[in-house]
Design a protein around this ligand. Structure first.
Ligand code: ATP
Length: 523
């Protein structure tokens, strides 16, 4: 991996890319990388907020960035045909000087950088590469076209293994292979710096590495991924038995879970790598619940991506954020990546009537779609949406998701199951309750719970339990009649959102979605 990285960086330098932006927080790693591509005869100017250096020798502690860049320009100016100038210009913590909102920002530095870049591009005697190094991405608009973003990927399995080996040999430790393999898998998606920090912490806790260290890594990793703010690990206990109904969808996901559990074997058998599913459907009917349960079924972590959070204020920042999010997910893979309310994230794109789309959203959409289409990693995407009229139609074409599922309001049998699940979950599924009555008792010739969503049913159960707890007559039991009384006083989603539900249903008919429930729904 390191040699690929070095070769890529060298090829950018040889191709005279004038400014290379390296987004990384670990200056040591960046220094090592730059040193590895530094060749004889290249003068290395380095600016840091604690001083300036030429070829590693400190030349000044107080110099401003303008004066520093001016010095570089002066040096390059002396280039002649017989005496060409080769230089690296390393600007550490570049965001401090090139973010318009920073107190250190000034336009002069931008002009000077442009001058250096222009000389490199148009003068045959100058070969200068500027490295902007920063833990955050700040791309000044004036320089955007001259900048190449260089990503340092996370260490791969071999490199992680080497880091662990290095650590254990320096502490003269012995660890068993299973623990080591588990550590390698759980360190995926972290930088070398983070891995070493966690190893230190784990070692301090128990003086060795064992199964508890692996747990600790996962806890620490949650923190790190949370801090990135772009993607979050979503802890969940939901599992497939928490879902009432949706037998087709559950069966489908069970098959995918088998593939996920035996990816290597499945791939060599010729099975395609599962991409993911889109679940559209009525509000409160278990779409999010299914996304969460998928992660448990697959026995992998659940990551949630909020596309809205990717939007940045700098040119290119949003796209970079999406790349970073995808990179994190791929590094953590195998995992489930849940994207809630997909239609809101990409509203207004394409020729549908969402309105409000803009260039950034359109670019993000294109980037996301390409990734989805070409994805070769075991990141299983579960996207959920209500209103498909606002969803770019591209998502609904074959090739993007493996399958499109539609979730309707639960039928009688499904409602019975959902009542049972929510009563049982709270330890209240007792012989006092005849669940069948909750779906068969009629009002105006239809079942009293017809048109209830899963969320409506859950709220009925919660209210009954709350009432029982607060009852004054000393009897805290819950009966069928208690539940029926609450049901009769509850306005279901079909009452409160009648028009919307009708509209959604009409929209769904236009597409060839698979039914999440069994094919013969009965009310
Ligand atoms: P929205 O489109 O509004 O986000 P959703 O379809 O994602 O809704 P969920 O958030 O999954 O709905 O469901 C809301 C709550 O209702 C969940 O906490 C879950 O407990 C309950 N629920 C919904 N459907 C079911 C179901 N089929 N089985 C069990 N519980 C359900």
């Amino acid at each position: 991996m390191k040699s690929i990285l070095r070769d890529t960086l060298s090829s950018y330098i040889n191709a005279l890319r004038p400014i290379i932006y390296i987004k990384h927080f670990d200056n040591q790693i960046v220094d090592d990388l730059i040193q590895s591509v530094l060749t004889n005869g290249v003068k290395c100017f380095t600016f840091t907020n604690s001083g300036c250096f030429i070829d590693g020798k400190r030349i000044d502690n107080e110099m401003t960035i303008d004066s520093f860049l001016k010095n570089v320009c002066n040096y390059l100016e002396t280039a002649t045909k017989d005496n060409p100038k080769h230089a690296f210009v390393v600007l550490k913590d570049a965001h401090r000087y090139f973010d318009e909102n920073s107190q250190y920002f000034n336009m002069k530095s931008i002009s000077l950088l442009k001058e250096i870049a222009r000389r490199t591009m148009f003068s045959e005697e100058v070969y200068a590469t500027v490295f902007m190094v920063s833990p955050v991405l700040v791309l000044p608009q004036e320089l955007e076209k001259m900048i190449t973003i260089f990503d340092i990927p996370y260490p791969d399995s071999e490199e992680v293994a080497a880091i662990i080996d290095d650590y254990i040999s320096s502490y003269n430790m012995d660890i068993n292979d299973t623990v080591k393999n588990d550590l390698i898998i759980s360190f995926k998606g972290l930088t070398e710096f983070e891995i070493r920090q966690i190893l230190n912490y784990a070692y301090q806790q128990s003086g060795t590495f064992d199964a508890s260290s692996v747990k600790l890594v996962l806890k620490e990793k949650e923190q790190i991924i949370k801090k990135s703010g772009i993607i979050e690990i979503f802890p969940t206990n939901a599992n497939v038995d928490d879902i009432g109904g949706m037998s087709n969808l559950k069966k489908y996901l069970n098959n995918k879970a088998q593939i996920f559990a035996n990816l290597g074997m499945a791939r060599s058998f010729g099975v395609d790598l599962p991409k993911g599913i889109l679940i559209v459907g009525m509000p409160g009917c278990g779409k999010s619940l299914t996304a969460k349960a998928t992660a448990s079924m697959f026995k992998v972590p659940l990551l949630r991506l909020d596309i809205g959070k990717l939007m940045g204020k700098y040119v290119g920042e949003s796209e970079h954020n999406l790349t970073a999010a995808i990179k994190t997910a791929e590094a953590v893979a195998p995992c489930v990546l849940w994207i809630d309310e997909l239609e809101k994230a990409f509203a207004g794109i394409g020729n549908n009537n969402g309105g409000g789309g803009n260039d950034i959203t359109t670019r993000l959409f294109g980037q996301f779609l390409t990734w989805l289409q070409e994805k070769e990693s075991s990141v299983y995407v579960v996207a959920t949406a209500n209103d498909i009229s606002k969803l770019p139609p591209e998502f609904l074409r074959k090739g993007r998701f493996d399958e499109l599922f539609k979730v309707e309001l639960p039928d009688a049998e499904e409602r019975r199951r959902i009542f049972q699940i929510h009563l049982a979950k709270r330890g209240k599924l007792t012989p006092n309750i005849d669940v069948l009555k909750l779906i068969s008792t009629k009002k105006d010739s239809k079942s009293i719970t017809k048109g209830f969503s899963g969320a409506d049913i859950e709220s009925v159960v919660k209210e009954a339990i709350e009432n029982a707890f607060c009852s004054n007559d000393g009897d805290q039991s819950i009966t069928t009649d208690n539940l029926i009384a609450i049901i009769n006083n509850t306005k279901s989603i079909s009452d409160t959102l009648k028009d919307k539900i009708e509209k959604l249903r009409e929209e769904y008919k236009k597409y060839n979605f698979k039914d999440a429930s069994s094919n013969n729904k009965k009310d």
